[in-house]
Design a protein around this ligand. Structure first.
Ligand code: 0O2
Length: 285
């Protein structure tokens, strides 16, 4: 799940909404070839932009759900199973390329049904058990409808790829009413993610024709990553037992100093209030 939207930006093909836009020349050339007029081209560009905007909102909605869980875990459970969340929107060119490659009818309903990875959200967790917990917490939400699940952890691909995937539909509320947005959710451990990003680069470099020796090495590295996951999980349980760590700071996401400080501050405020009550002889509520 590379950041294709980012690539579109570098080409200067980003619309005012911040979405990757189809370059007009791209469509115009095809439209001319198909004998379609300029007004039709503009209407198509507009429809396509709105179609893509729905996916961007889907990413926003799902990412918000992940962030809410992340913050709740931090503050309430004082343990954060979510290391990292990222997202990507396929570029319009990639979407159209996939439409052509898969022989899909170039209609929005057909694209919605058959191209399920236009919007992608990836969540990286520390441990395999966290992957399944976070996956359940997201996919069991009442407004999230699971279309398809692919468990490449229980059933790794022959190349060694491991990850837990789901295609989900979720609502986004627009001025015209609710609209369903389809997002591909990928949840995996850091080790799985490390392996997948390297394999993706190698696959890209060799344009899918990865030499046998390298494929074997990748399979071995995947097995090593799986063993590392097992060992880390075992250690984690040994150290933690079934309870949350006593200092409550299992979180690997140390970026939010402000939030941690806020928790400490509220502790301080409560202590001060209690002290004030004790000093003034105020009765306890
Ligand atoms: P990119 O560039 O990451 O977006 P389908 O026909 O829809 O059932 P599809 O689309 O291959 O099959 O679905 P699948 O298997 O769930 O894979 C979806 C995404 O998972 C891929 O998107 C990758 O991001 C990731 N993925 C799947 N298999 C592999 C693999 O072997 N190696 C790596 N590194 N990633 C994998 P894209 O669109 O293929 O790629």
């Amino acid at each position: 799940m590379e950041d294709e939207a980012g690539a579109a930006d570098a080409d200067g093909t980003r619309s005012a909404s911040g979405l990757p836009a189809l370059p007009e020349s791209f469509l115009t050339a095809r439209a001319q070839a198909a004998g379609v007029g300029a007004d039709d081209v503009r209407r198509l560009i507009d429809q396509f932009s709105r179609f893509m905007l729905g996916y961007k909102f889907g990413i926003d909605a799902l990412t918000t759900k992940v962030r809410i869980l992340q913050q709740e875990f931090k503050h309430v459970h004082r343990y954060n199973p979510i290391e990292h969340v990222s997202s990507r929107l396929k570029s319009p060119e990639s979407v159209l390329e996939k439409v052509a490659r898969k022989g899909i009818e170039p209609r929005f309903d057909e694209m919605y049904e058959h191209i399920t990875d236009i919007a992608g959200v990836r969540v990286t967790c520390s441990f395999v058990s966290d992957v399944y917990d976070v996956f359940d917490l997201l996919t069991k939400q009442s407004d999230v409808h699971v279309v398809k699940v692919k468990d490449y952890i229980a059933h790794p691909k022959t190349n060694g790829y491991r990850s837990l995937h789901a295609i989900v539909d979720l609502p986004v509320f627009l001025s015209t009413g609710p609209q369903t947005s389809r997002v591909e959710l990928q949840v995996r451990t850091i080790a799985m993610d490390f392996w997948a990003s390297l394999e993706h680069k190698i696959h890209y470099k060799y344009r899918g024709e990865v030499p046998d020796g390298l494929q074997t090495s990748l399979q071995e590295a995947a097995a090593t990553a799986a063993r590392l996951d097992e060992e880390m999980e075992r250690l984690h349980h040994d150290v933690r037992g079934d309870a949350t760590s006593p200092d409550g700071d299992d979180s690997a996401d140390e970026g939010d100093d402000g939030e941690v400080a806020a928790v400490e501050l509220s502790g301080l405020v409560i202590a001060r209030l209690a002290q004030h009550r004790a000093d003034s002889g105020e009765p306890h509520a």
